[in-house]
Write a protein that binds this ligand. Structure first.
Ligand code: GLA
Length: 389
């Protein structure tokens, strides 16, 4: 994970494993091999479903799918370490449990516009830690959508695939998420973060200053978003927007918030409006090579997510508290939906190893939120969105 060289060696091992897995399962060479990265969100948290701004970055954890058409609507898929599923695209995806539903959902939505059968046999491997708020499910949606598109020669672009991934989350999984994760997995460019306007869906690449590194800190705590208050937060935002007479909080300014009488809704809306402003300020700081200011904004984002939006957790607060005192740290914050999982830090590149050692040596999950897997610290580089290998 540490250097590009390591990452590509790592990928070629994964490519071999996935291709061999396919050959073992299905007795032939796969027709297609698709890779899709995970993402870390640098800033712009809980703003996507408010039509706001976000700044995610694709990272070198990847889901790979090796696949060949089945010639009918049957799907047979094996996932390394997670067993096999078999279903027909004519069945209701709600009948497919577990990880298979993400793929079944993509296939059902995509096959509606298609008269030809779209089924395939596939073998999946993934290095994305699941439940770490690094978008393992979005990567599976975008990877499988790309397999459907390519094997079915479908006229659908990556933004449309990302939007279908969001529909899978909203309609089949029960998480009323926005579209940030899927768009980051689909559209990111190597070496850049991705500024994304969730209203217009416009994107632009953003360079992180050369001397500044990004470090992901996975606390090892886990919680599925559908079992958290994620959907309640979205509801709060919708109620606040409608109380202000707007279709989303994207249209609200700080001075508009004065007219909100409900204190809780005011805090929720304050987070969203201030967070979208912070996204723009971070982009400006990066352009001015000013990582110290970007780091302060990361810290402010964490405080706002903790206090106003109430989506942080004891383990996330603890790791951020430690990280910001670490060598070379410009700032740190929880990343993704929250409640458990990972935080992200901006770090002076020359100090990256010292920083990682410092967090590793000093962090321990609080008793109130124990880890279910080990704490892992990863320096990451920005990688490219989904592609066919
Ligand atoms: C999850 C969701 C995203 C976004 C983030 C919070 O990752 O899938 O759509 O809302 O939480 O920023």
């Amino acid at each position: 994970m540490l250097e590009n060289r390591t990452v590509s060696t790592f990928r070629s091992e994964q490519v071999n494993r996935t291709t061999e897995g396919f050959q073992r399962e299905f007795g032939s060479f796969p027709e297609i091999l698709v890779r899709c990265p995970a993402r870390v969100n640098l800033i712009g948290e809980h703003t996507d479903y408010n039509d706001g701004l976000v700044l995610p970055m694709a990272i070198p954890f990847e889901t790979l799918i090796a696949a060949s058409p089945s010639g009918n609507n049957m799907m047979t898929i094996t996932s390394e370490g997670f067993g096999s599923v078999k279903f027909s695209l004519e069945d209701n995806p709600m009948r497919t449990p577990g990880w298979g539903r993400f793929i079944h959902g993509m296939g059902s939505f995509m096959s509606r516009s298609q008269s030809e059968p779209l089924g395939w046999s596939g073998y999946i491997s993934s290095t994305i830690p699941s439940g770490a708020n690094l978008s393992s499910s979005a990567a599976l949606e975008v990877a499988s959508g790309t397999v459907f598109k390519s094997l079915g020669a479908m006229d659908v672009n990556l933004t449309e695939i990302a939007l279908l991934g969001k529909r899978v989350e909203n309609e089949l999984i029960g998480v009323n998420s926005g579209v940030m994760d899927q768009l980051a997995c689909a559209l990111s460019q190597q070496g850049n973060a991705l500024l994304l306007d969730c209203l217009s869906l416009d994107t632009s690449p953003v360079l992180i200053p050369e001397g500044t590194g990004v470090v992901i800190m996975d606390t090892g705590t886990r919680r599925e978003l559908k079992s958290t208050s994620y959907n309640d937060r979205r509801k709060d935002c919708e109620v606040a927007a409608s109380a202000l007479g707007f279709s989303s909080l994207r249209d609200a300014s700080m001075s508009d918030l004065k007219s909100l009488t409900d204190a809780l809704l005011k805090r929720r809306a304050h987070h969203v409006v201030s967070e979208s402003e912070r996204v723009l300020k971070v982009v400006r700081s990066f352009a001015e090579n000013d990582s110290a200011t970007a780091g302060h904004l990361f810290n402010q984002s964490h405080t706002s997510l903790k206090e106003d939006f109430a989506v942080s957790s004891p383990a996330l607060d603890r790791i951020v508290e430690i990280a910001i005192t670490g060598p070379g740290c410009f700032g740190a914050r929880m990343t993704g939906g929250g409640f458990a999982g990972s935080a992200v830090a901006l770090v002076d590149r020359d100090q990256t190893n010292n920083f990682c050692d410092f967090v590793r040596d000093n962090f321990e999950c609080p008793e109130s939120q124990p880890a279910v897997t080990s704490t892992r610290i990863y320096p990451v580089e920005a990688s490219a969105g989904v592609s066919i290998l």
